[in-house]
Every structure is written in C-alpha cells, then in structure tokens.
Design a protein around this ligand. Structure first.
Ligand code: SAM
Length: 313
C-alpha cells in the first residue's frame, strides 16, 4: 500500500525471532542495510525488520514510517528576530510558528554596507519591524537592525574583556554602535566614553544605557578620527570594533591610551599577523593575536590585544 496517509508502506523486511531481533538489528546496521526510515514491527514471536534491499530471506510487508524530522530553515537569531539566508516565506512561517520568542523573520536584501555598517531587510513573516530586544548576559539591548549595526556574535568577547579589566578603569569605545561593549564594560569601569558617527546608533546607545541603569557612560556623536582633538584624558583601555577599517585609526587610539594601557583591535584578515606592521608603528609593547570567528572562506575576524608602550617606537 504505497503512500498510505497513515504513514505505512510496503517494503522489504526480514522476519527474525523476537529474542534475536536486537542482535539482527545491529548486524543490519553494521551491514548498512537497515532502513532507518521505517519502524520495526513485532508480531507474535517474530519482529519484522525493515531492510533497504531484497536480500536472501527478505519478504514484502507493511511497516510504519517514522515521522520526518522537520528542520527549520537556516537562520541567525537576534532577540525576537530570525534572519534567514534564503527567500523562503513558507520556511519563515514555519520558523515563526516553531519558536514563541520570535516576532519577525527577516531576509537581508544587502550585505553589511556603508559607514554605518547596516543592512537592508525584507520582512518574510511576522510583525513588520526591524526593532527587537536582545538579552545578553543579563543586559538588555534594544536594537534596530536596519538603522544601526548589532551582532550577538561578539558576546563572549565582551565578557572576556570584562574579565580582564580592573575595577574603575577609564575606557574608550571608538565604534560603539548601540552600546554592547560600552554597556557591558561600564559594569566595572569608572567611566566609558562611547563614540559612533551614526546618530541612530547613538540614540539607541543612550536609550540602552538608561535601560540598563548605567550612569557612567558618556555617549558621543563623533568620528573616531576626530577624538584626539577633543582633549580627552588618557584611557586605560580602548575598544576598536570596526573590523574593515579600525587599523586605520590605530595611531589615534594609541595617542588616546595611557602608557601601559591596552587596545583591543578587531580586524578582518586573510593572513595571520596582517595588522602587525601597523601595530608596530604605534607601540613596542606586547601583542597577542587570536581568531574570534570565521567570516568567509579564507577570511576571519581576529582580535589583537595590544599593550601601548611608547618608548622605543
Ligand atoms: N561596537 C559595536 C558592536 O559591537 O555592536 C558596533 C560595531 S560596528 C561593526 C561599527 C560601528 O562603527 C558602526 O556603528 C558605525 O556606525 C561606526 N563607525 C563607522 N565609522 C566610524 C567612525 N569613523 N567613527 C565612529 N564610528 C564609526
């Protein structure tokens, strides 16, 4: 009865005595001929084991099919939003129905682009919005994926830096976005200066600072390249998370960091040590390089922890 709506189908089976069924099942797995899509069927003293071909002793019989495991389409989660990779509205509806925490499924219509590092999106399912709330290590971030950059992928990186920080440090986040580094580090810092040139990002940064009751963040609508001219006192730690272009701002960062202070430089690179010549132009201090995550074949995000030592440079 092929294609039975109840989910059973006629196929090849081996009838084996019940007490030998388990051993026979294992042997068939080893031989690669157990049909794992069908359920074995006990009947009296025998068990019918499904096999993939008409081997010696096999008979035709009807067996139930295991329900197919439905895999959700590929996606990345940002708070209540799922970002899918394929234009699949049915998959989007299925995804939305499968997770009560989701309110929207989006499809990117551009890559991360422009100075503000944002993407354009189309709504595939759910509430038509690009705004959502992300909870990261107990902190709340309101983000708008179309207006300002946000990625949850550096969440553990933010915690790593929080762990190595001393209480009361002066921190500068040169490319702060909606504030995930600034707000995380403000939990331990004396003060965090957080700059971004995207007004929408700074707006959300101010909002997120208040949302998390951080009162030691100074948000700045500013170009990182201009920070040296503002007359800021030296910092203990500088965060540089603008992977495509941050190395260009290293000189400014080193100038703003105290001797013995640390810069965390995030860079997109194709070769180990790619940023070292630029780093060596601004410091003689120790440099540690680590891979944070792969980006595309042959490209990865690296973080350089750089100690600023002016002597000898
Ligand atoms: N640090 C944030 C995070 O982890 O979510 C944002 C990182 S995002 C990759 C880089 C941010 O730098 C964007 O919000 C963009 O608007 C900002 N940006 C780009 N060029 C800048 C510049 N010259 N000065 C200040 N901010 C800049």
């Amino acid at each position: 009865m092929a294609g039975d709506p109840r989910g059973s189908e006629e196929q090849w089976c081996l009838a084996v005595p019940r007490r030998e069924a388990e051993a026979a099942r294992r042997r068939l797995i080893e031989e690669g001929i157990l049909d794992r899509r069908r359920k074995p069927r006990p009947e009296g003293d025998v068990v019918f084991l499904p096999v993939t071909e008409g081997i010696a002793g096999a008979v035709r019989c009807e067996l139930e099919t295991f329900p197919e495991r439905i895999r959700p389409p590929r996606h990345e989660l940002v708070g209540g939003i799922a970002i899918m990779q394929d234009d699949d509205p049915k998959g989007a509806e299925m995804l939305l129905a499968s997770r009560p925490s989701l309110h929207t499924v989006l499809l990117p219509e551009s890559s991360v682009e422009g100075e503000y590092r944002t993407r354009r999106f189309r709504v595939l399912a759910g509430t038509p919005t690009t705004r959502t709330r992300v909870i990261e290590y107990g902190l709340r971030f309101d983000v708008d994926l179309a207006l300002a950059y946000f990625s949850a992928r550096l969440a553990t990186e933010r915690q790593r830096i929080l762990d190595v920080m001393e209480e009361g440090e002066r921190v500068l986040d040169m490319f702060a976005g909606v504030g995930p580094f600034a707000i995380t580090l403000a939990g331990k810092a004396g003060v965090v200066f957080a700059a971004d040139l995207n007004p929408a990002a700074v707006h959300l940064l101010v909002h997120n600072g208040a949302l998390n009751r951080r009162e030691n963040i100074i948000p700045m609508l500013a170009d990182a390249g201009a920070l040296a001219r503002i007359g800021l006192a030296p910092f203990d730690r500088v965060i540089m998370n603008l992977p495509l272009a941050a190395p260009q701002f290293l000189e400014t960062a080193a100038g703003l960091c105290r001797d013995g202070g640390t810069i965390h430089l995030y860079a997109l690179q194709e070769e180990e040590g790619e940023c070292l010549p630029r780093i060596r132009a601004v410091t003689a201090g120790s440099v540690t390089e680590r891979m944070v995550r792969t980006y595309s074949p042959g490209k990865w995000h690296a973080v350089y922890d750089i100690v600023v030592e002016r002597d000898g440079t």
